[in-house]
Ligand binder design. Structure first.
Ligand SMILES: [Zn+2]
Length: 259
């Protein structure tokens, strides 16, 4: 533990140490986070995780940068158009923080590669814009027990929650039935950023075990009217997360708020 701390550049993190402490900084340095999707959400989340000193960040995206990405995907510049998002993101984040390990993975996540790619991760961050791929992350999270930090944006509106298997409903339980979220087809950069910052914050809080992440609470972000509301998530007939929640209750690990 102290050997990890000895390697940490205290000057770099001096403004956050009062909040998270040496223990929190060591927790960050010892953690691996997978950011899946490096669009508007993933760019900002990975930026803050790298800046905060998360020891290893997996950057997963199989797309190239387009000009229409630049209104919200803050890791990329005009000169990067045509380049791979994962590669450019890795380069930017290494410039930001050379003390951490950044691993670009130039592929789309799928049921075939999810175990291999996310194997090392302690926490999974959803930066996707496709519900089918999100449900692959959800399945993986439920199978492995790893927390999934979910965010989604549609125009001025967004949602965010932290899914902890055995403690909260799974993502499939709260997915729109028609899978109709259009992702970031229409999005104002700052509105996407708002959801991304909430994801980054709760990832850091999960890793350092401070504060109250949105575990079992769905935050509904209305950036048009500048409002954030929340819904307490209750298990529904899912047959998957329900079983785990009952199991967790048997063990005395009750959900945050009883349904
Ligand atoms: Zn469920």
């Amino acid at each position: 533990m102290s050997s990890v701390f000895d390697k940490i550049d205290l000057e770099r993190y001096s403004r956050q140490l009062p909040m998270i402490g040496a223990r929190g900084q060591i927790d960050l340095a010892s953690s691996t986070v997978a950011v899946v999707g490096l669009g508007g959400l993933g760019s900002l989340v990975s930026y803050y995780l790298a800046a905060a000193g998360v020891g290893k960040i997996l950057l997963i995206d199989g797309e190239r940068i387009e000009l229409n990405n630049l209104n919200r995907q803050i890791l990329y510049s005009t000169r990067d158009v045509g380049e791979w998002k994962a590669e450019v993101a890795a380069q930017r984040l290494r410039e930001l923080n050379p003390d951490i390990d950044i691993e670009p993975v130039r592929t789309e996540i799928s049921a075939d590669n999810v175990n291999r790619i996310l194997g090392e991760a302690d926490v999974i961050v959803d930066g996707l814009d496709d519900w089918r791929a999100r449900l692959v992350l959800d399945e993986y999270s439920q199978k492995t027990g790893k927390p999934l930090v979910h965010g989604a944006v549609d125009g001025f509106y967004g949602q965010m929650t932290v899914i902890v298997p055995g403690k909260t409903p799974c993502l499939a339980c709260i997915a729109p039935k028609d899978l109709g979220y259009r992702g970031c087809r229409a999005a104002l950069g700052a509105a996407v950023g708002l959801v991304a910052v909430l994801e980054a914050l709760d990832t850091i809080k999960l890793l350092t075990r401070i504060g109250n992440p949105a575990i079992g609470r769905l935050l509904i972000i209305d950036a048009f009217n500048s409002r954030i509301e929340e819904i307490t998530l209750k298990p529904v007939e899912c047959g998957r997360c329900m079983e785990r929640i009952v199991e967790a209750q048997d063990l005395g690990l009750k959900p945050e708020k009883p349904a």
